[in-house]
Design a protein around this ligand. Sequence first.
Ligand SMILES: C=C(O[C@@H]1C=C(C(=O)O)C=C[C@H]1N)C(=O)O
Ligand code: PLP
Length: 285
Amino acid sequence: MIISVNGILTNDKEAVVSVYDHGFLYGLGLFETFRTYKKEPFLLPEHLRRLTEGCRELGIGYEPDLAHIQRLIDELLKANNLEDAYIRYSVSAGVDILGLPSGVYQNPTEIIYIKSLPPRDEQIYTQGKALQLLKLPRNTPEGLYRFKSFHYMNNILAKRELQQYDWAAGAEGLMLTEEGYVAEGIVSNIFFIKDRACYTPSLDTGILPGITRAYVLQLAQQQQIPTQGGLYRWEDLLEADEVFIVNSIQEILPITTLFTPSGQSQAVGKGVVGPITRQLCELYN
Ligand SMILES: C=C(O[C@@H]1C=C(C(=O)O)C=C[C@H]1N)C(=O)O
Ligand SMILES: Cc1ncc(COP(=O)(O)O)c(C=O)c1O
């Protein structure tokens, strides 16, 4: 694939970063993952805003420029002959001393990855996916709130646990906080519907403030569906009428089966994709 490294289109097999890049040395980097629809990146300003705020907090001297990124995305789509693509826009802190930094990172490394998207599985929107409760708790954020940082060890350990559950092939893994509150999926935020109201874990649980989470909350509010962020337990999902998960690549994914770590399973509501989930899926994008 052709990717962009500091604005230069590069064959991904030849792209290199320094061993002194603090993204490599200390995981000090942020990224945004989003998709394009017929060459148009979806919710790009919102992604750039989250990236800007993270760079500011971490002292990475980098300010995303919408026109610059849009131009690079256009070039990458053309170079890779794609229209609907998975884009990962990464900014690492860049080269600095061997040791923790003391000031602002002045030479960040900007990398834009691109890959094709898997074919859309229409069955998910009729039959739904499974959600596997994991034993591994969600770690606490790096700072006062969670960055979309390179630090995905907790997520990767969660995926390794998920792979132990033979019955959960294709499921998303769900992590709880240390206190036992519903947090988020390995790569998704979660919602549930009860008595026609829409609930999602509060950002106070330390979850990623997902771009799609915010967008879906807006969609629900525009449809006069009551929404609430709060502290919820696994039992709330067991008693829910509908459950779905969201992220910028997979959009809104209905959940119709819940699994515990012991393999016990339960259908969500009537065991079919619920009406509000269907309504939000139809409204998405
Ligand atoms: C982990 C990445 O991005 C996340 C993964 C997905 C996905 O697999 O569907 C979607 C968006 C992000 N939550 C990444 O490395 O791009
Ligand atoms: C842990 C986690 N939560 C939530 C999300 C969804 O975030 P977004 O809607 O910004 O893609 C992701 C996706 O990157 C994620 O990795």
